[in-house]
Design a protein around this ligand. Structure first.
Ligand code: ATP
Ligand code: MG
Length: 311
């Protein structure tokens, strides 16, 4: 067991991060892959006010677990990823759920909830799609969150950092949407205890790392991404402590506990990869030519790398 005294900011995760949706969700407009709502959620039985959250329904348990594990690991590493939780919602409270879900027998669905970071709508931005993308990358890369985000995406093998997967709240940039992180973990979930399976987790390499590429291009001489893997080692105990907590999370609700168990494995995977991060990053930074990992000859077909505008 990792010892961790005095890390007050992590203590809330002694209990499983499982909340209830309190209100009817408001569907977010936009061309998103999944249905996403805004709503208020709360720990069952809590007297604290509800938390504003962005609630996402996804069909696969592994995706819920990957999102939750990434949000947790990012807290351990003190990165700006909004805290996350599983959110149990009554189906009637989520308008426009896909028919295959509304037709199922249970009244409840399990969603992923990400604490809402209010986007700053007061900042003047360009309105043409390519200019928005350029504006976003330039502003983000100019802050410490650019390099930190590029290294983080390397750690969790995330190739989906298109420019709508960041939120600007007026002063800070938040990294959201980790559903494509560590896809190999889902495949080996059942065999995770075996050495060979664990090695495959350590070796996993995303085809592209969009944010690291943007940072490298815009700040070739002062990005300092290569210094971060070493400094993140100091957070390893925090990460292991969270994984230890996750191992014991139980709610008594079998489908929720399945996702919590998977979350534990994703957290262990991120921890396993931390010692190899410097090497992964070195390989990434050493090959910025077009035939390299930046620009895979066959990029994943279904996913966007340019922004999709709201419809
Ligand atoms: N914590 C958050 N705070 C503020 N806005 C958020 C948050 N999480 C998500 N959003 C908003 O909801 C949108 C959709 O969320 P997310 O990217 O997780 O879903 P998605 O269906 O995987 O999207 P896509 O397929 O478009 O990448 C985001 O682009 C962002 O505008
Ligand atoms: Mg997204």
């Amino acid at each position: 067991m990792a010892r961790l005294d005095g890390a007050a900011d992590l203590q809330r995760w002694r209990s499983p991060p499982v909340l209830r949706l309190l209100s009817t969700g408001t569907l977010l407009k936009g061309n998103h892959q999944n249905k996403v709502w805004r709503g208020m959620a709360q720990l069952p039985g809590s007297t604290e006010p509800g938390l504003p959250m962005v609630i996402k329904w996804v069909p696969k348990n592994e995706v819920l677990a990957a999102e939750l594990a990434c949000a947790l690991a990012a807290r351990a590493l003190k990165l700006q990823v909004p805290p996350g939780a599983l959110v149990l919602a009554e189906k009637v409270d989520l308008p426009d759920l896909p028919r295959r879900v509304t037709g199922a027998t249970t009244d409840w669905v399990i969603c992923y909830g990400s604490e809402l970071q209010w986007p700053d709508d007061t900042v003047a931005r360009p309105s043409q799609a390519p200019a928005v993308e350029e504006w976003t990358w330039q502003r983000l890369c100019d802050t410490p969150q650019g390099p930190a985000g590029g290294v983080w995406d390397e750690l969790v093998a995330n190739d989906d950092r298109h420019c709508e997967n960041v939120v600007f709240d007026g002063s800070r940039w938040w990294l959201i949407d980790h559903e494509y992180s560590l896809p190999g973990v889902a495949k080996i979930m059942k065999r995770f205890a075996e050495q060979v399976a664990r090695q495959s987790v350590v070796d996993e390499h995303a085809k592209v790392n969009i944010l690291a590429q943007e940072v490298l291009r815009r700040r070739p001489n002062d990005h300092k991404m290569d210094t971060l893997p070493g400094s993140w080692q100091q957070f390893r105990q925090r990460l292991q402590w969270l994984a230890d907590q996750a191992q014991h999370w139980q709610t008594g609700l079998a489908p929720v506990d399945t996702i919590l168990m998977m979350t534990h494995i994703y957290l262990r995977s991120i921890d396993l990869r931390l010692p190899a991060l410097a090497l992964h990053l070195q390989q990434r930074l050493a090959r910025p030519d077009p035939a390299s990992l930046w620009n895979s000859p066959s990029p994943p077909p279904a996913r966007k790398t340019t922004p999709r505008r709201p419809v």
